[in-house]
Every structure is written in C-alpha cells, then in structure tokens.
Design a protein around this ligand. Structure first.
Ligand SMILES: [Zn+2]
Ligand SMILES: [Zn+2]
Length: 270
C-alpha cells in the first residue's frame, strides 16, 4: 500500500498548507525591515519591501542586459522576430557575443534587494528562496520568451565554497524556478574546477579571475541544447560569459542567463 503524502487526508498534509496557516498564526518577520509580514505570497518579505524592489525595465541591451533609455541609440539594431536586438555601446564593440543576460531587478547599494540577498546568502535564510524565485519567475515571464526545450543550469560553486556555505544559492533558485515554469533543471553538467577569489575590479580583471574556472562534466547532457544559466547577482557578466564560452565549446546551442539582480555602473547616462 502506498502511504505517500498524496494519499493522506487533507488535515494530515501539513507541509503543503503550512506556509499559509503558519503565517496567519505566526507572521514571519521580514528579514530586511523587521516588520511582520502578513503576506503568504512573498513571505518572509513584507509588502513594503516586496514593492520597494526596483524591477528592471524591458528595454535592455540584448547581450549584457544593461537598461537602455528610449532616446539612446547605439550599436546594431536588427529585427529579431518581433523583438528588436539592441546593443549597448560596450557590447556593440565586442567581436563576438557569447551570451544574452537579463536580470529581474536592480541591485542598489543600501537597497532592499541587496539586503534580502545578503540575508539569503550570508545569513543562510533559506525561506527567502520562495519570494526571490517569485520575483525571478514574474520578471522572466515579463521580459523573456519561454523556450520549452531550454535546460536550466545553475552557476556552480567550487566544492570548497559549497562546503563552507552548505548550499549553492544559484542551484536553489534554479530548482525553485523549474517548479514555477515548465523548464528542466540540469545540475551536474557544468562544474567549477578552480576556486576563484571573490569578484572585484574592472571587467578585464574579473574576466582573468574566472578564466578556466569552469568545465563541462557531462557533454552529452548539453550537446545541441539551449541553456538558461541562473545566478543571483550579475555585476560585469564575466562569470556568466565564461560559463557560456565553456558550454558553447562543449557543443551547446544558444546560451542565455537570468539573474535576480543586476549592478548598474554609477553615473551611467548622466
Ligand atoms: Zn520588510
Ligand atoms: Zn550590453
């Protein structure tokens, strides 16, 4: 006889309804502002913090995801179906574009999203996976065309960093995203073979920092497949570009990336 949870009467299926009921009895404390969160949808974030996150605009560079104001015309503009391909100045100067990166929201210093991501990653508050993935999936639907055949690949951590932290934040987000969108997760295709110091410096230094840090472990998993890389924060795109180069060299088709947050260089367009 199968005693799996699916067969138990409703009253015993507590893990499925816990979030809603527990939140009514013991409202979660928002890890960003310490208010009580009355929302079950994006708990433990409170409504104020959820609304305070600055979503990325839809008009962004097709390669690096930098927001591009309507008045700014630079680089090539070609028709790509009914979506225009727009490139920012830096990307229009590149010889080859390996990846198309988009992000859900803006990473602002002193901002709500930064505080939530720090509480998740460094404070190990795993209850934040739910609202962060909700943000990811909502903005994904808004800005990216869904490709059913695409494989979701989280940016891997080096094993030593994984042991230290106890989890890979990109894996948790990617896994939760595949439960919200009809996409398939492949976790063991790409590995990080070299421990890299925390990313700092300009694009050139960051690219050097991550060079040869990744390897495709199981080539047949990604051969001729479209890939969607998932990461938490995109700063210069050096890590994601390096992952895309390695994946393409191993035979994958198109590589896109989606991150929760994106850092925008200060003073841009001012
Ligand atoms: Zn809050
Ligand atoms: Zn760009």
């Amino acid at each position: 006889m199968n005693y799996s949870q699916r067969r138990l009467p409703l009253m015993f299926r507590w893990p499925r309804i816990d979030q809603h009921i527990l939140n009514l009895i013991y409202p979660a404390v928002c890890p960003v502002c310490q208010q009580l969160s009355s929302s079950w949808k994006y708990s433990p974030l409170c409504q104020d913090c959820w609304k305070d996150i600055t979503r990325m605009p839809t008009r962004c560079c097709s390669a690096c995801g930098l927001p591009i104001p309507a008045y700014y015309h630079q680089g090539d503009t070609t028709a790509d179906g009914d979506r225009d391909t727009i490139l920012c100045y830096d990307c229009s100067q590149l010889e080859k574009i390996y990846i198309s990166i988009r992000s859900a929201a803006l990473y602002q210093h002193e901002g709500t999203l930064r505080a939530a991501l720090l509480a998740f990653k460094h404070g190990r508050n795993l209850s934040l996976v739910k609202p962060l993935t909700l943000l990811l999936s909502e903005q994904f639907r808004e800005t990216m065309a869904l490709r059913a055949d695409e494989l979701v690949v989280p940016v891997p951590l080096h094993w030593s960093r994984f042991l230290y932290r106890g989890f890979n934040q990109s894996y948790l987000l990617a896994k939760a995203l595949t439960k919200m969108l009809p996409l398939r997760l492949v976790n063991d295709a790409l590995i990080r073979i070299r421990r890299t110091p925390p990313q700092a410096g300009n694009v050139k230094q960051r690219r050097k920092n991550v060079a040869n840090a990744f390897k495709v472990k199981i080539k047949k998993r990604i051969k001729a497949k479209n890939i969607l890389l998932i990461d938490d924060v995109m700063t210069t795109g050096a890590t994601l570009t390096e992952c895309a180069k390695v994946l393409k060299a191993a035979g994958s088709a198109e590589v896109r990336a989606f991150t929760i947050a994106r850092v925008i260089p200060s003073g841009l367009y001012e």
